[in-house]
Design a protein around this ligand. Structure first.
Ligand code: ADP
Length: 602
């Protein structure tokens, strides 16, 4: 279908109507005018013929032809009319324009025939005599109630026709001017209608492109202004809805982005609809190129694929635990899947939410191990005590030497139990205080702390014939909790002495390295095999459990050291070479750590 501009729909029909109306009016007027003129001329000619008949009364005979003809010529001249006098036999006896003798018998002329029958005869025809179109009016002439002849008045209708065509021309010209003016008015009216419609069209195109803020101009035409107002209100509503939709989308986006849980939404063909940053991180997916792609294209985690398929086939929410290898480490994910439903309740995909429970799992394992370890550690001295008591009960109590021996065993094992419980309590206190950030630190002189720790180990050092040396500048200070730090140094020095041979040397050194305080405890003992180093600071971890127990170790000393150092926002490292010895190094920040960076958690 061809599209025409509104102006071309309105303007041509308008123009055709105007032109047709004007043509009809012109034609009707000119016809009416022509018949009016003819009627006027006829009655005029009739009157003139009557006037002439008055003057010719009594002369209507062939004998008076000369008089009649003269009168005719005089009257014809004075009235500018052709006058012809005809006797009732058709003989012309006078004519204002011609000589009657040369004129043929007029009885067969229709107007004469009518007149001689007593009527007023009229006719319009071409005159052979005058060689032009003529209007003839003939009246009967009576003498004593007898028709003696007829007088005919004639007028050239060429003049009438000329006048008529002049009037018609003027009418046509006037009509054309009116048509032109009407056409211009029609054009203006069409424009007035089409221009606001054009603006509406442009506005609608703007709306379609999303520019909903600029309203459409309101036209003076009621219907168009109604349409513009309706479209403006539609645009305002649309704008409002769009803003709401954008706001909701941004809110959703913010919620999804800030979620720790990974969220993946797929359609029924497993094509990703939405994915949040946490899920992208967990499954190693490029978040920017994920939407619109099949899940199998962006990640090869088989467990996840299976779970998505199960969610898509199930009509109820499902749960499962996924295990995946992420950067060489096993990760445990708790996954929840639910069908995604459209507005009418039909299934349009699946929503999967995964929660990384790896840390929880590790903690659970740690706790389990810890409980097992504690039970095991406690069980050993308890078994020994029980054995000693039973032996005593079995009769050994009666032998003073045996009694002393078994009571000694029981007492040592009770000391051991006590040491383990003390260490466990110290650890849990440390953990609790570190969590609550309740470790009180003050700017302390380091040298006295180290000296005091060495003093505490002096007896065992002497017993084992190990020499302990201290190197520390007196003015060295740091922000520490003195009793805790002393405890950590005691544990390290105690180990260094215990795991050194007699006459060996243990060195304790303190120094400043930039804004860090360093404390080094070095022995020249047997050293620790490398494979044990990563787990050395775990609770109850021992390189040689039997030896450790034999020399009174609880397996908690290094765990306590680690916790004390961490409570100071520092770190402890170990370097060991088999047969050469071991070096433990503590690094602490010298200045107080700001509250908001406590334990590195902001
Ligand atoms: P324990 O009470 O058994 O000494 P620790 O936690 O203090 O427990 O130490 C854990 C283990 O680390 C010890 O059992 C021991 O095998 C090893 N170890 C600690 N310090 C040294 C050291 N200086 N030289 C060699 N081995 C050490």
């Amino acid at each position: 279908m061809s599209h025409k501009k509104l102006i071309w729909q309105i303007f041509p029909p308008f123009l055709i109507i105007i032109v047709c109306a004007l043509l009809a009016i012109t034609w009707t007027i000119s016809r009416e005018l022509s018949s009016f003129q003819l009627r006027q001329a006829t009655s005029d000619l009739e009157a003139r013929a009557f006037l002439a008949s008055k003057q010719l009364t009594g002369n209507m005979t062939l004998a008076n032809q000369a008089t009649v003809d003269r009168l005719c010529k005089e009257l014809g001249k004075s009235t500018a009319t052709r006058l012809t006098v005809i006797l009732n036999d058709g003989t012309v006896i006078g004519d204002s324009e011609n000589s009657p003798g040369q004129m043929d018998n007029h009885s067969n002329r229709p107007e004469i025939t009518q007149a001689l029958q007593g009527h007023i005869g009229t006719a319009t025809r071409f005159s052979q005599t005058l060689r032009q179109n003529m209007l003839y009016v003939a009246i009967p002439v009576f003498e004593q109630d007898t028709i003696v002849g007829s007088i005919r008045a004639a007028l050239s209708i060429a003049k009438l026709e000329q006048t008529l065509s002049k009037i018609t021309l003027k009418l046509v010209l006037g009509g054309l001017i009116v048509a032109l003016v009407a056409a211009l008015v029609a054009l203006a009216v069409s424009r007035r209608i089409s221009r606001p419609l054009g603006e509406l069209q442009k506005g609608a195109e703007r709306f379609a492109k999303g520019d909903l803020e600029q309203p459409l101009p309101v036209s003076a035409v009621t219907e168009i202004s109604g349409l513009a107002e309706a479209m403006n209100s539609m645009a305002a509503q649309l704008d409002e809805r769009l803003r709401t939709a954008i706001r909701q989308r941004n809110e959703q986006e913010a919620v999804l982005t800030s979620m720790i849980e990974g969220v993946i939404a797929v359609d029924t063909d497993q094509v990703i609809l939405r994915i949040n940053a946490a899920a992208a991180r967990l499954f190693n997916i490029d978040i920017d190129n994920a939407a619109g792609r099949h899940i199998g294209e962006v990640t090869r985690k088989v467990d996840l694929h299976r779970f998505i398929v199960s969610t898509l086939t199930s009509s109820d929410p499902i749960e499962a635990e996924l295990t995946l290898l992420h950067q060489g480490e096993e990760r445990y994910l708790q996954a929840h899947g639910a069908p995604l439903r459209g507005a009418s309740g039909q299934k349009i995909g699946a929503l999967v939410v995964v929660h990384d429970v790896t840390r929880l799992r590790r903690l659970e394992n740690l706790r389990r191990d810890f409980v097992a370890n504690v039970s095991h550690e406690l069980k050993t001295p308890i078994t020994a005590i029980k054995g000693a008591v039973e032996t005593l009960q079995g009769g050994a109590v009666n032998n003073p030497q045996d009694s002393r021996q078994f009571l000694g065993i029981a007492s040592r094992q009770i000391d051991r139990l006590n040491a383990i419980i003390e260490d466990l309590l110290a650890l849990s206190r440390l953990e609790r205080d570190a969590e609550a950030a309740e470790i009180d630190c003050a700017q302390e002189n380091l040298q006295p702390i180290l000296a005091s720790a060495l003093q505490s180990c002096a007896t065992i050092a002497e017993m084992r014939e190990v020499q302990v040396s201290l190197f520390c500048a007196e003015e060295l200070t740091a922000c520490v909790n003195a009793p805790l730090l002393e405890q950590a140094i005691i544990n390290l020095v105690d180990n260094a002495i215990k795991y050194s041979d007699a006459e060996s040397v243990v060195t304790v050194e303190g120094w400043q390295d930039d804004d860090q305080l360093k404390i080094k405890v070095q022995d020249r003992g047997q050293g620790i095999p490398e494979e044990h180093l990563p787990r050395l600071f775990e609770r109850f971890y021992r390189v040689d459990a039997a030896r450790s127990r034999a020399i009174g170790g609880t397996g908690l000393g290094l765990a306590i050291v680690k916790h004390i150092v961490q409570a100071h926002n520092g770190e402890v490292t170990v370097h060991s070479t088999l047969g050469e010895g071991t070096v433990f190094t503590i690094s602490l920040p010298r200045l107080p750590v700001r509250e908001d960076s406590n334990n590195g958690i902001v």
